[in-house]
Design a protein around this ligand. Structure first.
Ligand code: B1M
Length: 209
């Protein structure tokens, strides 16, 4: 069956998309399910960009439209948080050289509504800035997001710096975003990889048990 939500995202139809998102929310659809369908639409946008049927302008528009839709979803997602007894501090950011932050921001919304303190460093975060922030807030967990394959090197460097500064045993590292999978995360020395926000919250809760 055709998915109007996914199609509207892939075809960059802003008003149709917002209308459908509102409809789904009203119907009581799971906010994470809506995000997943929109992400699949964004994946199609990425594929069309690869095939040179879409260009940078369309990639930018797609990002903006998703953010508009997320504003509708955010309050519902905030209510969904998995309330946790353990309050942990997380420093999170998109690694150096990478400006993608849509997925990271969804993960943050979910972490905050689950009771974590989150220090968001934004995008293009250097290894040095990550370490500085970990010390500033005395963080328990470091979260790194990356979508560009070339940005993996920066994530690896960050973990190396964490080791060099004797923080690796104190701070658990979780990675996510399309540049990672279980293997790459393990290879660079991360403690965990999360494929989506729900998994990210569950892993962070486990880290603190
Ligand atoms: Co970019 N881009 N982009 N882009 N972009 C990709 C990633 C790409 C796969 C598209 C493609 O070619 N098929 C490709 C990367 C190829 C590669 O390296 N393998 C690409 C490229 C090439 C580029 C540029 C180089 C294009 C150019 O300039 N010529 C450029 C790079 C800029 C830079 O970063 N230095 C660029 C720019 C952009 C925009 C700025 C226009 C825009 C981003 C806007 C923004 O983020 N504010 C953009 C977009 C929108 C995309 C696609 C279409 C969508 C990404 C997205 O937001 N997905 C993307 C195509 C794709 O992903 N297939 C693409 C939805 C989001 C909800 O999913 O981020 O995966 P995601 O997050 C998920 C999970 O991964 C997880 O939870 C989220 C929710 O489920 N997760 C975590 C994410 N972070 C986590 C952290 C965790 C745990 C889980 O713990 C810490």
């Amino acid at each position: 069956m055709a998915d109007e939500l996914l199609d509207a995202m892939a075809n960059l139809e802003r008003s149709k998309l917002l209308e459908n998102v509102k409809k789904e929310i009203k119907k009581g659809e799971d906010p994470l399910e809506i995000i997943d369908r929109l992400s699949q639409g964004l994946k199609i946008v990425g594929d069309l960009y690869d095939k040179k049927e879409y260009f940078l302008a369309e990639l930018i528009t797609a990002g903006e439209i998703f953010q508009n839709a997320f504003q509708e979803i955010k309050p519902v997602l905030e209510k969904k948080g998995l309330k946790t007894q353990v309050k942990g501090k997380i420093v999170i950011g998109t690694v150096r050289g990478d400006l993608h932050d849509i997925g990271k921001n969804i993960v943050i919304t979910m972490l905050v509504s689950s009771g974590f303190y989150v220090e968001d460093l934004g995008v293009d975060v250097t290894p040095e800035r990550f370490i500085e922030a970990i010390r500033e807030v005395n963080a328990d967990i470091l979260g790194m997001s990356a979508l560009l394959t070339v940005a993996l090197e920066a994530a690896k460097e960050t973990i190396k710096l964490l080791e060099k500064d004797n923080l690796k045993d104190k701070v658990k590292v979780i990675c996510g975003g399309a540049a990672f999978d279980e293997n790459t995360a393990k290879k660079i020395g991360a403690d965990a990889y999360a494929k989506d926000p729900l998994e990210a919250v569950k892993i962070c809760q486990k880290f603190l048990e």
